[in-house]
Structure formats: structure tokens, C-alpha cells
Design a binder for this molecule. Structure first.
Ligand SMILES: [Zn+2]
Length: 216
């Protein structure tokens, strides 16, 4: 189970954004996430899990690829024919480091255009307050887009719309507006019964698993 996105369904790639108690498929290729901008190709997977926050698969890989999150933005993307796919983990550190641009560049290298890029459940602007160091880290890459994604709350604090920044990064990476999608009502913090949230549940929070598999 999990949540499918119409843009990816239309291409016909198997995928799902994770829910709290679902069972992801077996044999996922899932990197060790470090909040950076490294991309790993599933083709070079060895007997170990590399450190990366984006993973791309093209022929002949058939195994599903995955990232896990609990508030950060998960992104699942595919080439127009489903022959190449990507899974990306983007929190504020990853956004500041350019993980979306790096992951999309790798997907385009593998599959030409991007047919669909779907933004999954993450902590929404309703619940995600950040401080000045986070704003400073994001400013060099996002600038005016960052101002539009922030709403002041108290001195030196703002509510941040992570999806708005993710969308800006996708557009900058050359993804067509019509190929970018998100979900309704998908704040991980608001919806305790559906999603894990690190900010709500603390360090013992579970993780949501988001996966996608290219056409075999
Ligand atoms: Zn919320």
C-alpha cells in the first residue's frame, strides 16, 4: 500500500509514498542518508549501503529504490517512459546543498527528460518553524524564493514551506511545471495516525519508506 501519485501512475511505474504502518516491498536499495547532496547510481551498488541522499536507477536495475523520511521532503521521479527513476531525500540541509538539482541531473543523464516528479508527505508550513541559522543556510541557493517560502512567527523565527523550495529546485533543474506534483493534506506533523514525524515524536520517531521501481 502507501500513497501513489497520479503523475507517476500515468507513466506506469510502481511506487509509493510511505504511511506509518505499511509494508514496503522487499529488496529495496536504500542509501545511508546523511543530509547531503550525493547521488548514488543503483547500478554501482555493491555489498554495502553507500552514503547518499538521492538514488537513481536505470537499465538493467529492476529492484525498487527508496529513501526514508520523518518530516523531510521525499521526492519520487521518473523519465517519461519509466526506464529511469529517482528517489530523493531533501530536508533543509539537503535543499541548501542542492540535493534535488543533483538528483534530477543524474535522472536526466539516465533518462533524458523528467516525465514526473512527485513531492511526498513532509512537515508542512503549518508546523515547521525554523530559526536564523536555517534561513542563512538556505539563502545562497534560494534567495527570493526563500523569502516567499517564509512567514515570520516570533523574533528570528519563521514558518518554512519546504515543498515550495523543492518545487523551485525542480524548476531550476529543468523539470516542466506540468510534470511536478504534490499531495493534498500531507503534513507529517498534523497527521499522527498516518505519518511519522521527527519533530512531533522525537528521536525515537519511526521513518516513512518511499520507493519507486523502473519498468523491468
Ligand atoms: Zn502541519
Amino acid at each position: 500500500v502507501g500513497i501513489e501519485h497520479p503523475l507517476l501512475e500515468r507513466i506506469g511505474v510502481r511506487h509509493a509514498f510511505g504511511l506509518r504502518d505499511d509494508e514496503p516491498p522487499h529488496g529495496l536499495l536504500q542509501p545511508v542518508q546523511v543530509h547531503g547532496a550525493e547521488v548514488v547510481w543503483a547500478e554501482v551498488w555493491g555489498g554495502f549501503r553507500p552514503e547518499a541522499d538521492a538514488i537513481v536507477a536505470s537499465a538493467p536495475i529492476e529492484a525498487p529504490i527508496a529513501v526514508v523520511t520523518a518530516d523531510c521532503v521525499p521526492l519520487l521521479a521518473s523519465s517519461p517512459d519509466g526506464s529511469a527513476v529517482a528517489a530523493i531525500h531533501a530536508g533543509w540541509r539537503g535543499l541548501a546543498a542542492g540535493v534535488i538539482e543533483a538528483g534530477i541531473a543524474a535522472l536526466r543523464e539516465a533518462g533524458g527528460e523528467v516525465g514526473a516528479a512527485a513531492i511526498g508527505p513532509h512537515i508542512g508550513p503549518c508546523c515547521y518553524e525554523v530559526d536564523a541559522p536555517v534561513k542563512r543556510a538556505l539563502a545562497p541557493r534560494f534567495d527570493a524564493e526563500l523569502e516567499a517560502a517564509l512567514r515570520p512567527t516570533r523574533p528570528d523565527h519563521w514558518r518554512l514551506d519546504l515543498a515550495r523550495l523543492a518545487r523551485a529546485a525542480l524548476l531550476r533543474a529543468g523539470v516542466a511545471e506540468a510534470a511536478i506534483g504534490s499531495l493534498e493534506d500531507d503534513c507529517t506533523f498534523c497527521h499522527e495516525r498516518r505519518f511519522h514525524s521527527h519533530r512531533r515524536d522525537g528521536p525515537r520517531s519511526g521513518r516513512l519508506t518511499h520507493w519507486i521501481a523502473r519498468h523491468g
